[in-house]
Design a protein around this ligand. Structure first.
Ligand code: ZN
Length: 261
C-alpha cells in the first residue's frame, strides 16, 4: 500500500464543503477521522505560485515563480531554480507526481499523462474527461504501490471561475467527494490540500482574471483561505510550505522504521 498520498484540489473551498457535508460523506469522514484546518495565502493568490510553494517548501520570494507566463513566455520547469519534493526524495523512496499545476501544462514526475485540455476553459465536457482521466491514472499508479504519490486536480478552479453560485458547483464537489473516497482508501497517510479557496468575484481580495475572457464571463475568483485535511500526519502544517516538510518527514521516519526492522 502507498505510504503517503497527497491529493491537491485546486480552488477547493470550505465555504462550499462545510455547509454541504450531508452530501459529501467522504469529506465528512476524512475531516472527522483526521484533522481539518485552513491555510491562508499571504501574498498574491495565484495557483502557480502557491503550488510551487507547497512542493518546494519555499516562499514566493524564495522560489521567484508567481505566474504561468513571464515576459510573454510560458514558464517551464527548468526556469524555476528550486528542488521540488520529488527531486529531493527521488532515490530515497519511490515518489511520483501527477499533473502538478505550477506550470502549464501541469508537471508530471515519473508519471505519463497527457491532459485533455489545459488553460482556462469553460468546456465542462473537457473538464470532466480530464478529471476522469487523472482519476483513473491515479488508481493505476496507486496499484503499483509507490511510497509517495502526489496528484492535483484543477477542474474546480476552472468550474468556479465561470459557474460560482450555480448548483453545478456542488455537483462537482460531489464528484470529488467520490474521487476522495476511492483514492483515500489506497494509502495509509493522507494530505488533501487546496492552493486557495473561492468566492464571488466582488468579494475577492484581488482580481486574478478580467471580467470577460474569450471563454465567457467570470463569476468567481480566488479567496485566500485554502483547505487542509490530513490523516496520520504528525508534522505541524501551518502554512502551505510546511507541506513540503511534512512529506519529507514522513519519508524520513518511514526509512528509519524500515532500517530498524
Ligand atoms: Zn483560478
Amino acid at each position: 500500500m502507498t505510504h503517503l498520498l497527497v491529493i491537491g484540489l485546486d480552488a477547493a473551498t470550505w465555504s462550499v464543503i462545510k455547509p454541504n457535508l450531508g452530501v459529501l460523506p467522504n469529506f465528512k469522514q476524512l475531516m472527522e477521522e483526521g484533522q481539518a484546518k485552513s491555510l491562508f495565502v499571504e501574498g498574491k493568490i495565484l495557483s502557480a505560485a502557491v503550488w510551487c510553494t507547497i512542493f518546494s517548501g519555499k516562499s514566493v520570494e524564495e522560489h521567484g515563480h508567481d505566474n504561468f507566463i513571464k515576459d510573454g513566455n510560458v514558464v517551464k520547469r527548468e526556469d524555476i531554480k528550486v528542488e521540488f519534493i520529488w527531486d529531493v526524495l527521488d532515490g530515497i523512496c519511490d515518489i511520483r507526481a501527477l499533473q502538478i499545476p505550477f506550470v502549464y501544462p501541469p508537471y508530471n514526475f515519473k508519471c505519463d499523462y497527457t491532459p485533455v485540455e489545459f488553460g482556462l476553459s469553460s468546456k465542462l465536457d473537457d473538464l470532466e474527461q480530464d478529471t476522469d482521466g487523472i482519476f483513473y491514472k491515479a488508481i493505476d499508479i496507486l496499484e503499483e504501490n509507490p511510497d509517495v504519490f502526489i496528484v492535483v486536480f484543477t477542474a474546480l478552479d476552472k468550474l468556479q471561475h465561470f459557474h460560482w453560485g450555480e448548483p453545478i458547483v456542488l455537483e462537482w464537489y460531489k464528484k470529488f467527494d467520490k474521487i476522495l473516497g476511492v483514492l483515500s482508501k489506497l494509502a495509509e497517510k493522507l494530505i488533501v490540500v487546496s492552493d486557495h479557496g473561492f468566492c464571488a468575484k466582488g468579494e475577492a481580495r484581488e482580481r486574478t482574471l478580467p471580467d470577460k475572457t474569450p471563454e465567457g464571463e467570470l463569476k468567481g475568483d480566488h479567496h485566500e483561505e485554502a483547505i487542509l485535511i490530513t490523516r496520520g500526519i504528525s508534522y505541524p502544517i501551518k502554512t502551505h510550505k510546511d507541506i513540503f516538510y511534512a512529506i519529507k518527514e514522513e519519508v524520513e521516519n518511514a526509512v528509519k522504521i524500515g532500517k530498524s526492522n
